[in-house]
Design a protein around this ligand. Structure first.
Ligand code: THG
Length: 367
């Protein structure tokens, strides 16, 4: 494939120098920013992520900062997840929906204070929607994309590595909670979260100027732990059932179709703009839903478009992400399947660019 030309519109990150020095081999574009996709090979990166610890440049998970007396009201307008019990220091995975109940994004919401939030977004231009709502409803808030860049530390040794740089107190941070920890005289948000099932932390690096200094500190402290630069890993995230906005779901899907019903409390999420639409679809239940799909046979090619899922001559869904799993010795995939064929064990065919493959619908992911 040809190369992508760089320009100001495709943003580098505070960690790009470190990523390049580590020998990054592939990038994607996410929120108009560079996101590494492969260092050694996707399978070598996968093995290393499951055995050691990696530092990930996920600066492309941009923050939308919402500040002011109406901040919490505005965040509740965005999501059907009930935020009333959420305290400062907590993070919530929140589906964001429009007035039809369609998914606009699936960010992590970080509650910094009663009147200050960060929305750590997936790949869609959510800032315009948030600013539009604030303007239209005359809300007393300030909204901006701050100079905050997440750096993730993921893998079984992540806690040891983060403790070596920030101190042993980070060990007490619970899943989807954060604390403030000092680095170079600055207090940084350090949360136990991240886009893998291997465990780890995300450091919200406030101020691009300290980005490379933190990168080097982690690499130095992790030398005995076989630390390496890494990135969200395609195989590992499919095994774990972590969804990718724009790939596995779009604004054509409701949270229920995405299997995110457990993050919706639509009855009590008063103020959510998609509430009426979701109350309607939640009553009926979805007629298609995200499923794990096992594709038999040897390695499938990369999935860069939807692959039809067939029952005989009838299309009953599509596959949106797929990869060969070395650990499960099969092709793992994520797809959307119509209710007539979504039961565990249903045999289907998947039309891949390499030909038709036998496949099977699973009701659980692999990890
Ligand atoms: N971390 C941060 N921001 C992000 C991501 C992240 N923004 C973009 C993208 N990732 C948003 N998507 C997800 C998808 C899944 C999860 C987090 C963000 C996730 N899910 C867990 C799960 O499904 O098992 C836990 C959810 C829960 O129990 O609350 O972590 O990774 N900062």
């Amino acid at each position: 494939m040809a190369l992508i030309s760089l320009s100001r519109r495709l943003r580098r990150t505070p960690f790009s120098d470190g990523v390049e020095a580590a020998g990054v081999k592939g990038y994607t574009v996410y929120n108009r920013m560079l996101l590494p996709t492969v260092f050694r090979s996707i399978e070598e990166d996968y093995r290393h992520l499951k055995e050691a610890v990696q530092v990930w440049d996920v600066a492309c998970e941009r923050q939308i900062e919402i500040r002011g007396p109406d901040a919490t009201r505005l965040v509740q307008m965005l999501t059907p997840r009930d935020l009333r019990a959420m305290l400062p220091g907590q993070c919530y995975y929140v589906p964001i929906v429009d007035e039809t109940g369609g998914m606009l994004n699936d960010p992590v919401a970080v509650k910094l204070a009663e009147d200050r939030w960060w929305i750590s977004i997936a790949d869609s231009d959510l800032l315009f929607w948030v600013k539009g709502l604030a303007y239209g409803f005359r809300l007393d808030v300030l909204i901006q994309e701050p100079d905050v860049s997440p750096l993730a530390v993921q893998g079984p040794l992540a806690e040891d590595l983060v403790a070596a740089v920030f101190g042993d107190a980070v060990r007490n941070v619970r899943f989807f909670r954060f604390g403030l920890f000092a680095f170079r005289g600055r207090q940084l948000v350090v949360a136990r979260s991240g886009y893998s099932k291997q465990g780890g932390f995300e450091i919200y690096v406030e101020g691009s100027d300290i980005g490379m200094s933190l990168w080097h500190a982690l690499m130095e402290a992790g030398r005995s732990m076989d630390v390496y630069a890494g990135c969200p890993n395609l195989i590992e995230r499919i095994e774990g059932g972590l969804l990718s906005y724009g790939n596995d779901m779009t604004d054509e899907n409701t949270p229920h179709e995405c299997g995110l019903g457990r993050f919706c409390n639509t009855q009590t999420a008063i103020g959510c703009v998609g509430r009426d639409a979701l109350l309607r679809v939640a009553r009926e239940g979805p007629v298609r839903q995200i499923r794990a799909i096992e594709i038999y046979g040897d390695r499938v090619p990369g999935c860069d478009r939807l692959w039809p899922v067939m029952a005989g001559d009838t299309q009953v869904g599509h596959v949106s992400s797929a990869a060969w799993s070395p650990d499960f010795e099969t092709n793992v995939a994520i797809g959307m399947v119509r209710m007539t064929h979504w039961d565990e064990g249903t045999d289907v065919d998947v039309i891949t660019p390499d030909g038709v493959r036998a496949a099977c619908v699973r009701d659980m992911f692999w990890a």
